[in-house]
Design a protein around this ligand. Structure first.
Ligand SMILES: Nc1nc2c(ncn2[C@@H]2O[C@H](COP(=O)(O)OP(=O)(O)OP(=O)(O)O)[C@@H](O)[C@H]2O)c(=O)[nH]1
Ligand SMILES: [Mg+2]
Length: 288
């Protein structure tokens, strides 16, 4: 089953981003630091075109920082400005305003030279669902004005919010790519809860997760569930071991559904440690 989620409201939100671009000076694209490449919406890059842009690696508190640092370099080498953020827990995101001011200094100097009165920087916050756009805005403003929740599709429409005399922020609904370049992207986006669970083949996502954990985080994975498995165990066998350990049999069969949900939930709550799903070396290997 293919993972795909681009409902009408996302097409509408994309059009609105396009329309509002002329009103803003700078775009903040939030990506999830656990998969900066997979949660970077390249289709929105085409919409945003030459507008000044800062990529914010949000949820930096949840990722494997060593792995994610490679992606910061990757984006910087491609001309992007990259900033880390932990919008949920950090006390201040003031550094980001500094970055925006720096990016826009020439534009504002030109405006000043033309005698245009200084005004607030207008910024738009975009990104795939659930990366923390509304949380980021609330933290910037230091008030809970934008709705947030740990599921995709919380923000339904665009909303302008005023930070102070220096900056205005436009919150936007999460927008996914109309199509994923490969299904691995869809699975990673499902793991970070950017795609609705009820339209996702969670069994495939869970099997993908087991493969990933087996390859990169085997000891943490095994010791968390206290199951007797080896790196050579089949993924389905591992799923059985988890179901057997944690759930009752249903009509003599393993409760795979419960095991699938548990695995995904345990990933989302960092039970296997701080993990970055996008592996830089893997991408290099695929490029060859
Ligand atoms: N650990 C951690 N959690 C965060 C961070 N930023 C946001 N969150 C959490 O991520 C979840 C989603 O946050 P939202 O701000 O609603 O995300 P959004 O991008 O506005 O989502 P949509 O409106 O659905 O597109 C919430 O549970 C937040 O508390 C962060 O930096 N670290
Ligand atoms: Mg939101």
């Amino acid at each position: 089953m293919t993972i795909q989620w681009f409902p009408g409201h996302m097409a509408k939100a994309t059009r609105e981003v396009k329309e509002n671009l002329k009103l803003v000076d700078i775009v903040f694209e939030l990506v999830d630091a656990r998969c900066p490449l997979s949660s970077h919406n390249m289709y929105l890059d085409e919409v945003v075109k030459d507008k000044k842009k800062v990529i914010i690696f949000n949820k930096i508190d949840l990722c494997d920082k060593k792995e994610t640092a490679k992606w910061k370099k990757y984006f910087e080498e491609r001309g992007y400005k990259v900033v880390y953020a932990d919008a949920k827990n950090s006390n201040s995101l003031n550094g980001i305003i500094g970055e925006a001011k720096e990016e826009l200094s020439e534009k504002f100097e030109r405006m000043k030279a033309k005698g245009i009165k200084p005004r607030a920087i207008r910024s738009m916050v975009i990104g795939v669902p659930n990366v923390g756009k509304s949380t980021f805005i609330n933290k910037m403003i230091k008030k809970n004005v934008a709705n947030t929740a740990n599921r995709p599709g919380v923000t339904k429409k665009q909303q302008w919010l005023k930070l102070n005399k220096d900056i205005d922020l436009l919150d936007t609904p999460g927008i996914l790519m109309p199509k994923f370049d490969n299904q691995e992207i869809g699975k990673k986006l499902s793991l970070i809860a950017s795609i609705k669970d009820d339209i996702t083949p969670l069994d495939e996502v869970a099997l993908y997760l087991i493969e990933f954990l087996k390859k990169y985080h085997f000891e943490d994975f095994k010791s968390f569930y206290k199951i007797d498995i080896s790196k050579d165990s089949e993924s389905l066998e591992i799923m059985q071991a988890i179901a057997k350990k944690r759930f009752k049999l249903i009509a003599g069969d393993y409760d795979y559904d419960a095991a699938i949900k548990l695995l995904i939930q345990d990933f989302r709550t960092q039970k296997f440690g701080l993990i970055t799903l996008d592996k830089y070396e893997d991408m290099l290997a695929h490029e060859d």
